[in-house]
Design a protein around this ligand. Structure first.
Ligand code: SF4
Length: 429
């Protein structure tokens, strides 16, 4: 039930690193990251969130390591985590060393906040010896003040220069296990910075729009930045930074990659028609009920909810499974072929049952198990609706006819001496 990838540009070649068991860069699948919002010292609370993020699609999870209790928490979290854990480090180099001691699979350093070269090199040397990668996490909002001054602000060049300077420190201690991010909350700035970073470095790039804010605007901003770059072949791992439950971040990241055909579908893709005059049901209500019933079942299929049987099965013939309404009945279809007709109030239940069977048994088997009379019953409903509604149920042709007659009438009444004179309003000045 895989879908073809969209026509994205060829992915830019980057080196590959390993964050625990997850490869990042090179030809590795683009990975999804998120960050816990619990106190890292709260081991059980943080682990519960890590598990929730992993279930929602996160491949790697970051936890803050801002105090000794957090580092100690990491020592207990890392061995029990289902996904690699990265420690987020800002001001205190000893927290990076403590996180390495805790066994984390990666570090994120902010060059704007951790500035002493000797401390940076000490961390890199320790990471090198332990085989742990580091993300150079440049952020426009916390750019090194000297760079801000030198470049006249947080420009793309300033962000990339910050990463380059950090890389130079790493080079001094022969540490190269690096990925880079150059995030900004301003989407055009973020896009320009990553484009420049992609031309400048061959290290894997971690994409994100920082401080994107709450959904839906935050989702749109993050998607605008991340999807634009992915479509250009830029980016090896992504994070949505939303002011929301981080599960939403992980889910959004995963859904974006699936929508672009860059990751195999892991969960449900529910599509629904926009509804129109032909709709025989409350499409929004049924789509919501279907989503609620199906979304936690981890069924990697596309399911369609369509408002009418006249056009629904045809319009959604690419969906793995769908349901269309007509004459108080639901028509279940697989790849556009009707397999069952059920009473309208059993539509969602029947959809869920068929979805589970489809995943368990496969499309061919479920098509073979179709009710023998279903296609004929559905066609009878369809023809009956055609007969009742005609083929212009949205009254489009009636409206077009009225528009034509209105304009023709207006032209005649506004040009009493018509016979070739210009219509009113087309003056010669
Ligand atoms: S024609 Fe049917 S399937 Fe298409 S939008 Fe209208 S109700 Fe939905």
């Amino acid at each position: 039930m895989a879908r073809p990838a969209v026509a994205t540009a060829e992915r830019r070649k980057t080196r590959q690193i390993k964050v625990g068991s997850v490869a990042v860069g090179g030809d590795a699948p683009i990975s999804v990251q998120s960050m816990t919002v619990t106190k890292t010292a709260d081991v059980d609370g943080t682990l519960a969130q890590v598990y929730a993020l992993a279930a929602a699609g996160a491949d790697i999870v970051r936890c803050t390591c801002n105090e000794q209790a957090a580092a100690e928490g990491l020592a207990r979290i890392v061995p029990r985590s289902p996904v690699p854990i990265v420690a987020d480090i800002h001001f205190h180099h000893e927290m990076a060393l403590a996180a390495l001691e805790a066994g984390v699979h990666g570090l994120r350093l902010n060059p704007g906040n951790l500035r002493k070269p000797e401390e940076i090199k000490q961390i890199a040397a320790e990471a090198r010896d332990r085989g742990v990668p580091i993300r150079i996490g440049v952020n426009a909002g916390s750019l090194h003040p000297e760079l801000y001054k030198r470049f006249g602000g947080a420009t793309p060049e300033a962000l990339v220069e910050s990463a380059r300077m950090e890389l130079a420190y790493f080079d001094e201690v022969d540490f190269h296990d690096v990925k880079i991010s150059v995030k900004a909350s301003n989407v055009p700035l973020m896009i320009a910075a990553y484009r420049l970073a992609s031309e400048t470095f061959d290290h894997p790039l971690h994409l994100g729009v920082t401080e994107a804010g709450p959904p839906p605007a935050g989702l749109l901003k993050a998607t605008a930045g991340i999807a634009t770059l992915l479509s250009e072949g830029i980016g090896d791992t992504i994070r949505y930074s939303l002011t929301a439950d981080p599960v939403e971040e992980a889910r959004a990241g995963r859904q974006l990659l699936e929508a672009l055909g860059l990751r195999e579908r892991k969960g449900l893709d529910l599509i629904a028609c926009p509804s129109c005059g032909r709709a025989e049901i409350d499409v929004i209500g049924v789509a919501r009920a279907a989503q609620a019933a199906l979304e936690n079942r981890q069924l990697p299929i596309q399911v369609a909810v369509m408002g009418c049987v006249v056009n629904g099965p045809g319009e959604a013939r690419e969906a793995d499974l769908g349901i269309a309404a007509g004459r108080k009945r639901g028509h279940l279809f697989i790849k556009g072929q009707i397999v069952r007709v059920v009473p309208e109030d059993e539509m969602v239940e029947a959809l869920v049952e068929e979805a589970e069977r489809l995943v368990a048994e496969g499309i061919e088997a479920r098509l073979a198990a179709a009710d023998s009379g279903a296609a004929a019953e559905a066609e009878a409903d369809r023809q009956a609706l055609f007969a009742e509604q005609g083929d212009d149920v949205n009254s489009s042709e009636v409206r077009v006819d009225i528009i034509r007659r209105t304009i023709a009438h207006e032209r005649v009444v506004s040009t009493p001496n018509s016979g070739g004179s210009a219509p009113s309003g087309s003056s010669e000045d």
